[in-house]
Design a protein around this ligand. Structure first.
Ligand code: ADP
Length: 168
């Protein structure tokens, strides 16, 4: 049987331990994982596209549990990228019911665009189920400690981008 390639897409603004949990779960199931960092025109990210690609790649490359996982920036339609990479699966994380409606809409749209690529949803470890990039930015901006929720590289990038405020 041929190898199954899976894409784990997102904005990753910034990448959190919740994202990493989903990537690790996907890695246990599929043969090769490509993390796809999206432009996301609908959101105004804190980190630029290039910064998000670089930071996510840096985090993935420094995590021994993520050996072999690659990170790429994606500018066009995700489904076209998946096809180009011969991926059969797109993996998304589902934290709560609140994620569901948006994901369902995306899944149906992606299916309309390409019937051959399946969307698969994984639930994170419960301690990450409330975690989002937005919450991380809020907590950081208000001087809270985010070290349990993001890798050290992300804290360094936040310090560089925003400046240290009583973090640690
Ligand atoms: P997007 O803008 O595409 O939703 P995000 O970077 O916010 O990008 O999220 C990317 C994917 O990771 C989504 O499937 C999202 O549900 C999932 N995700 C984000 N945070 C978590 C978390 N704490 N636990 C599980 N999945 C998560």
């Amino acid at each position: 049987m041929s190898e199954i390639i899976a894409i784990v897409p997102g904005t990753f603004d910034p990448v959190t331990n919740g994202h990493l949990d989903i990537i690790k779960r996907a890695k246990r199931i599929f043969d090769h994982i490509i993390v796809a960092v999206a432009v996301n025109a609908g959101k105004t990210p804190l980190f630029s596209f290039d910064e998000r690609v670089e930071l996510t790649r840096g985090v993935v490359e420094s995590d021994s549990e993520l050996e072999g996982v690659t990170v790429e920036g994606v500018k066009g339609l995700l489904i076209d990228f998946a096809k180009k990479k011969r991926a059969k699966v797109i993996v998304r994380g589902l934290r709560a019911v609140s994620d569901f409606e948006y994901e369902l809409q995306m899944a149906f749209m992606n299916r309309r665009l390409n019937e051959e690529i399946e969307m698969i949803y994984l639930m994170p470890y419960i301690k990450y189920s409330f975690l989002s990039s937005s919450i991380i930015k809020d907590v950081y901006l208000n001087g809270g400690d985010i070290s349990n929720f993001v890798p050290e590289l992300v804290i360094e990038a936040m310090n560089k981008k925003i400046g240290r405020r009583n973090v640690q």
